[in-house]
Design a protein around this ligand. Structure first.
Ligand code: JDN
Length: 263
């Protein structure tokens, strides 16, 4: 996969040289380039921002440096119409499902805005060269797109073939099946008076798998009940239904339904 990132703070992307993603680049699995937006200015001060039409606080990123940067990248590539991801608090929510979609692409381009954002005409114009996707990590505000790009590149990069040593570890993790992950433990079996759940020491792999799945249900109901509305509860084993009943959920038409006034 080819990834291009455009930013006025290219050094902010330095962590992409480390760890799993850095290794993927060294191994030739990921071809990643970071571009300085100021390299696409032509005035003495390398200006990338200006005051907003209509007034208001802050500055807006000027259109022309963005167009020149994105044109140079669109022209380089081989992909028909690469995906352009624009981090923005006003974007679509980035999810594991989107990470999987993006991992199938030949080329991704990330445009890191700063200040109050990029002149909206760039976003419209860019649709001529890219499949544009404004994206938000979550409902909070960062100072610019760089940190969001670090997160998205890591989430996508680890899904590329060969990047994660043991692909099994991608299967049993939070969000891979719409549930949060079960808790994990390692040695010693007793630590500061706290025991590892005995079932994990039992050697009974069927019971362990069932206990872990039920812990996933409990955790998800406690921390992320919103995820349970998409959970496929048709054909749930009786033991699973009983755990959900304890958690205050009944199965209706293959869906989990929160019981009224229940506990
Ligand atoms: O995803 B963010 O919170 C985000 C914030 C800003 C941005 C891009 C993304 N550009 C300016 C602020």
């Amino acid at each position: 996969m080819r990834i291009d990132v455009v930013s006025i703070f290219p050094e902010y992307l330095a962590p992409l040289e480390l760890s799993l993603i850095g290794k993927a680049r060294q191994d030739g699995l990921l071809d990643l380039a970071v571009h300085d937006l100021r390299g696409f200015t032509s005035d003495r001060h390398r200006t990338v921002d200006d005051t907003p039409y209509g007034g208001g606080a802050g500055m807006v990123m000027k259109a022309e440096p963005w167009a020149l940067a994105l044109e140079s990248i669109a022209g380089e590539g081989t992909a028909a119409k690469p995906v352009l991801i624009v981090p923005s608090p006003a974007g679509e929510r980035f999810t594991q499902a989107i990470a999987h979609q993006l991992a199938e692409e030949e080329q991704l381009v990330f445009a890191c805005g700063r200040y109050e954002g990029i002149d909206e005409r760039v976003i419209d114009w860019a649709r001529e060269h890219f499949r544009v996707r404004p994206m938000s990590l979550g409902d909070y505000v960062l100072n610019g797109g760089e940190v969001a790009v670090l997160a998205m590149v890591e989430a996508v990069g680890r899904l590329l073939p060969g990047v994660v040593g043991n692909p099994e570890s991608l299967v049993e993790e939070s969000h891979s099946d719409g549930l949060l992950e079960y808790p994990v433990y390692t040695k010693p079996s007793e630590w500061r008076g706290r025991e590892v759940p005995p079932v994990l020491l039992s050697g009974n792999h069927g019971k362990i798998a069932q206990w872990r799945r039920h812990e996933q249900f409990r955790r998800t109901a406690d921390r992320r009940p919103d995820l349970l509305s998409d959970f496929d509860a048709s054909n749930l084993p009786r033991a699973d239904r009983e755990v959900f009943a304890e958690l205050g959920y009944d199965v209706v038409d293959g869906r989990l339904m929160r019981r009224e006034g229940g506990t």
